[in-house]
Design a protein around this ligand. Sequence first.
Ligand SMILES: Nc1nc2c(ncn2[C@@H]2O[C@H](COP(=O)(O)OP(=O)(O)OP(=O)(O)O)[C@@H](O)[C@H]2O)c(=O)[nH]1
Ligand SMILES: [Mg+2]
Length: 309
Amino acid sequence: MLGFFKKSAKGKTEQGVRRTRDAWWGKVARLFDSSPLGDDLWDDLEELLISADVGVSTTTKLIERLKQRVDNEKIEEADQVRNALQDEIVSLLAVNEPEPSTSANGRLGVILVVGVNGVGKTTSIAKLAHGLKGEGKRVILAASDTFRAAAIDQIKVWGERISVPVVAHQPGGDPAAVVYDALESARKNADYVIVDTAGRIHTKSNLMEELKKIRRVVSKSDIEPEVLLVLDATTGQNGLSQARYFAEAVKVNGILLAKLDSTAKGGIVLAICDELNIPIRYIGTGQELEDLAPFSPESFAEALFSSES
Ligand SMILES: Nc1nc2c(ncn2[C@@H]2O[C@H](COP(=O)(O)OP(=O)(O)OP(=O)(O)O)[C@@H](O)[C@H]2O)c(=O)[nH]1
Ligand SMILES: [Mg+2]
């Protein structure tokens, strides 16, 4: 999906990861240039990875694997360890979950976008819709954030900007009813419905119930929605606990990691893939419509170690 974005995905990944790379991974690469293989190197590497927000458990796992490879493959040069680390990062990031069959065989695809307040849901929806439209797909947006006062207007403004219709009710209305209406009007006129939902604190159970209700409305139309959880990359490790809560309430098919451009803590990507086993589908790399890229483990790992400025 979204071949439209793939054209420049590598460049966007590099741009999105730049702060992370400059703050931490450049140091990791230099560590291998300057240090001989030994306990000091492992200790320094551990410290750097934890500082890069990779998380203690994922860091420990990575270092264990590397030490094993050093033994098994009789690696003697520190810079060979760097290559092995890049490999290990790729395999850690390649979560083996099939991509949902959204809009397969000409069927309507429904993408339900969820997450806590302010993580970038509505902006990311506009980017996704813009990308799908660029591929010639017909998209309808459902303004199911009826909770926050200005949310309906916000998505309508995006809809106008990208010339995509928005189905909306009054503020305070039932979000599931908005989805129902959007599905009705999409049946003959659209390939995708993307549902904007209210930001919710993951510990509030009534809001989680509301999400389940929206999901049921979609399932009743015999469509399996793709649930896309938006996480804000700048929140680091807290994103992990958000993802756990959401995954308990609804089946989360994938993660869109927004604001990767605004943080040096991109190591969180590794912790998410390792600990949650939910694939990262997209990364958000800025505030403009084009600032979205499909997530690729290879491009991401490469960008972390890239020496281009
Ligand atoms: N730098 C950067 N900013 C982003 C990105 N995605 C979203 N933002 C900004 O994050 C802020 C919040 O975005 P929204 O899309 O309104 O977030 P939301 O999750 O819909 O917020 P609520 O509806 O209030 O829960 C806006 O200022 C966006 O421009 C990104 O990838 N990079
Ligand atoms: Mg919003």
